[in-house]
Design a protein around this ligand. Sequence first.
Ligand SMILES: *[C@@H]1O[C@H](CO)[C@@H](O)[C@H](O)[C@H]1NC(C)=O
Ligand SMILES: *[C@@H]1O[C@H](CO)[C@@H](O)[C@H](O)[C@H]1NC(C)=O
Ligand SMILES: *[C@@H]1O[C@H](CO)[C@@H](O)[C@H](O)[C@H]1NC(C)=O
Ligand SMILES: *[C@@H]1O[C@H](CO)[C@@H](O)[C@H](O)[C@H]1NC(C)=O
Length: 385
Amino acid sequence: MKMSKKSEIIALILTGVVCLFIFFNKNDTEDNVTLNSKDTYEMLRHQTDLLRSETPQPLFSQCQQNTSAYNVTGFSTLPGHIQDFLLYRHCRNFPMLLDQPDKCGGPLNSADVFLLLVIKSSPENYDRREVLRKTWAEERLYKGVWIRRVFIIGTTKTGYEKHRLNKLLRLENSENKDILQWDFNDSFFNLTLKQILFLEWMERWCPNARFLLNGDDDIFANTFNMVEYLQGQEDNDGGKHLFTGYLFQNTGPVRYSSSKYYIPVQVQESESYPPYCGGGGFLLSGFTARTIYKMSHSVILLPIDDVYMGMCLEKAGLKPTSHFGVRTIGMNVPGGDVDKFHPCYYREIILVHRFLPHMIFVMWNEIQNPHLQCGKTKSVFKRSL
Ligand SMILES: *[C@@H]1O[C@H](CO)[C@@H](O)[C@H](O)[C@H]1NC(C)=O
Ligand SMILES: *[C@@H]1O[C@H](CO)[C@@H](O)[C@H](O)[C@H]1NC(C)=O
Ligand SMILES: *[C@@H]1O[C@H](CO)[C@@H](O)[C@H](O)[C@H]1NC(C)=O
Ligand SMILES: *[C@@H]1O[C@H](CO)[C@@H](O)[C@H](O)[C@H]1NC(C)=O
């Protein structure tokens, strides 16, 4: 009798605890998610503050407009997204909605990640992410080293629509655990912000990842070749500089206001850009990623993310290099009669831009086909390099 009374009481207490738990979790809104990551962030922030004696910035109080921007010459004549950029150029702190602190097994174990795939995506691109998860971005052990994956995402839309998309993303993430999301407008002109937020995350949770692929969610990447190429860097295990991709040199801001890449003098006066690699996809070492992050603290934001990376490299006295296997402006196959989708080409390259999801799927399977005969086509391709 005594025992059953005791267990009754225990059962009652347990029920109470469960009810309380359900009560507090019932309201699983965005705010709760924000609060959780905010708490973690506050804690870490506090820890880092103890290490570095920086003046703490106010956290996530909505970043205020820089009203001096209205005084910039010709402000009212600038396109809306550029006005927006100037007003919020200084804002770099945004709350995290989805985090993956364990992606790299914690900061101390993060050297076990050989290649971290960092893929720029946006809330609506569910189908692209799904294909990548099943193809080149699959997390796996290859040639004895780990490939890991994160998608970096902001938010789109407002009000109910935004809430709905975020909810879907939460569901998608609970299954795949590969989404980093921050609460900022996921627009083209906010890509640099996205990159900086990622680098900040990396410093916190994955500082020793050896190499990274940074690219769009519509590329075809031959991650097998990538690992082999990176393992072939005999004197570099990720602790030295590496930044390679499709190299742009001697370029400058586009001054036509109709271009997607339009940068008026109000944003950048100088007519030249430093050398940089096209943002469709580039490879870099963990060392270089950390260096870029350090430099970013003192390099004013430029909305074109790949150029901005080039600016940070320049500031650190480092140079990006050209990799023949990175084709971010498409395949340039010699001779009109050659099939540009011939899988043999994709066995040789490491990265090609602009692939439709189904083509990624087909090509990924083709390049692994053991019966694929790549003889002459291979040499034709090599000669064209
Ligand atoms: C904008 O310019 C006006 C006139 O020169 C000046 O009075 C005002 O303080 C400026 N505003 C800001 C925010 O700099
Ligand atoms: C605000 O905007 C003005 C004009 O663009 C700029 O000179 C100033 O540096 C900006 N301030 C901050 C805090 O970013
Ligand atoms: C996000 O930015 C884009 C481009 O500037 C703009 O069209 C859109 O209205 C913005 N969305 C929100 C929710 O502010
Ligand atoms: C970037 O995101 C912030 C936060 O959502 C927003 O205020 C700003 O307008 C965005 N900037 C651009 C250029 O889209």
